[in-house]
Design a protein around this ligand. Structure first.
Ligand SMILES: Nc1ncnc2c1ncn2[C@@H]1O[C@H](COP(=O)(O)OP(=O)(O)OP(=O)(O)O)[C@@H](O)[C@H]1O
Ligand SMILES: [Mg+2]
Length: 492
């Protein structure tokens, strides 16, 4: 590497030049070393094969005609043994026919002798850059597969069933824009992946970006890419996520934090299906489904002029809202079972279940961090506990404190002068309904009674109107929740 010019970028890629012509081998090696590549030469087919066995390369420049072997045989061998290795053919004869044969077998490109070094360097740079991007996409896919792949999306509550019904309808249609809303940890990212994986784009890329975690100045070039010279560091042009997601899905997470200038560009893209790279003049057309997600209310952001109203309406054509876990507590037992199964595999444990009392604690807790918090809680319990069953002691203290508090409140509720039993019973029924977002089955479980028994008391104390049970399209229920979110939180 001693011949790298000052300020020259180092490449991590390795190139092999296979040519029996010593002077060509030497001059090409020197030129590519100057470009910052790690280069090795081989004078015949046999030494090339040996080098390939011992070391790894990203690209080989292969003479079509070698003293001991036919270039085509080497090409076939590399395609079988090293499918990711790029091969560029150097041909002395300039026969287009044979070059085309090489391309058919998988050569990336071919060059006639005398080789135009400048052109060759550009081709090599581009070939390696494309391969690097492909590899990054593959790694990203594997990483996401690792993070979410094992996870089934659980949702037996009515509100989740509604979400799944809509997903089933839209996944295979051309619906190009979807907005997922919900508090942090409710499953927005998991749902975005699920939509992609159930769509006819599943074999295409799934690219994602968290708008709040990328500095404003970088976000545009990350999304749209840039042309060479667009800014000081833009030594080469670069594709953005929109281009990389072509044929697949782009997931814009925390879209509420996207800067206004970029919002205008995304809106333009959603309407025209084309965009320009930073510093570019050309319109680039891509076929991308955009899924946006946010855990903040966009309406106030619109009023405060932080979010464009027109973009909101464009994104909101299909809105999937994921309810907080406290509003679908009936999912806790099934989620807990699924998580136990998952962590049994991960930690090689053999936990069979969760005790009734521990499950009760989970059912009473408010879950501000939603399913993510539940997941962490089960993970911790499985790591700390050493029984076949998760017991109360394995749960974090703050969850248990909530339970103790409730028990103490109940124990202390009997003052010496006696109590109004019916007022207390009514209050307990109301508390339980508050905790369970009016879900009768849950509230009954909390009070240790059957659904019929609680329904009887709801009627007896005339609580029907104040505690409507959720049913799709029950607008009054939603209105109550919107008006009184704090009141609900306070009772817990
Ligand atoms: N319905 C579900 N079934 C099973 N696991 C779920 C479900 N919903 C969420 N999870 C799990 O809960 C965790 C949090 O989910 P996710 O990351 O999708 O939440 P989010 O809404 O995107 O959160 P944030 O707003 O913080 O990005 C993940 O580990 C996910 O696998
Ligand atoms: Mg997320």
């Amino acid at each position: 590497m001693d011949s790298i010019e000052k300020g020259q970028k180092m490449h991590s890629e390795r190139i092999m030049i296979v040519d029996d012509e010593k002077s060509l081998r030497w001059s090409l090696t020197e030129r590519l070393k100057r470009e910052g590549y790690d280069v090795k030469g081989a004078e015949d087919g046999k030494s090339a094969m040996n080098l390939l066995k011992d070391e790894s390369f990203d690209l080989i420049m292969l003479d079509q005609c070698l003293p001991d072997m036919d270039g085509m045989d080497i090409l076939r061998h590399t395609k079988e043994e090293y499918p990711d290795l790029l091969v560029i053919i150097i041909t002395a004869y300039g026969s287009v026919d044979s070059a085309v044969d090489f391309m058919k077998v998988g050569a990336y490109d071919y060059f006639k002798k005398p080789v135009n070094f400048d052109k060759l360097v550009i081709t090599i740079n581009n070939a390696l850059e494309t391969t690097k991007l492909r590899r990054e996409i593959k790694e990203l896919k594997e990483k996401l597969q690792h993070e979410y792949g094992e996870t089934r999306m659980v949702g037996k509550s009515r509100c989740m069933q509604d979400v799944f019904d809509t997903v089933a309808k839209i996944a295979k249609t051309g619906a190009s824009t979807i907005l997922i809303t919900g508090e942090s940890g409710t499953g927005k990212s998991l749902l975005a992946r699920m939509i992609h994986e159930n769509s006819d784009r599943a074999s295409g890329p799934f690219m994602q970006i968290i708008c709040s975690s990328v500095p404003e100045t970088l976000l545009e070039s990350e999304l749209m890419g840039y042309e060479k010279g667009a800014f000081t560091d833009a030594k080469n042009s670069k594709k953005g996520l929109l281009e990389l997601a072509d044929g697949g899905t782009l997931f814009l997470d925390e879209v509420g934090d996207m800067p206004l200038t970029l919002q205008a560009k995304i809106l333009y893209f959603l309407e025209e299906r084309s965009f320009k790279r930073v510093g570019g003049l050309k319109d680039i057309n891509v076929d991308v489904r955009v899924i946006a997600a946010t855990n903040q209310e966009l309406k106030p952001a619109i009023q405060e002029k932080r979010f464009r109203e027109d973009l909101y309406y464009r994104l909101n054509i299909i809105n999937l809202n994921l309810a907080p876990l406290r509003e679908r507590k009936e999912e806790i037992p099934i989620l807990a079972d699924m998580l136990i199964e998952e962590f049994n595999k991960k930690f090689r444990k053999d936990v069979k279940s969760i005790s009734r009392s521990a499950l009760n604690v989970l059912m009473q807790y408010n879950w501000p961090g939603n399913i993510r918090e539940l997941r962490n809680c089960i993970e911790r319990a499985m790591l700390l506990g050493n029984k076949k069953e998760i017991v109360i002691e394995d749960l974090p203290l703050d969850l248990r404190d909530d339970k103790c508090l409730l028990r103490k409140q109940r124990m202390c509720a009997l003052p010496p002068e006696g109590i109004d039993f019916y007022a207390l019973e009514k209050d307990l029924v109301k508390q339980a309904l508050d905790l369970c977002s009016s879900n009768r089955t849950h509230a009954a479980r909390l009070l240790g009674m059957t659904r019929d028994q609680i329904c009887y008391r709801i009627e007896k104390y005339d609580l029907e109107d104040g505690y409507k049970e959720y049913a799709p399209g029950n607008k009054e229920y939603k209105k109550e929740l919107e008006e009184e979110p704090l009141a609900m939180a306070k009772t817990i």
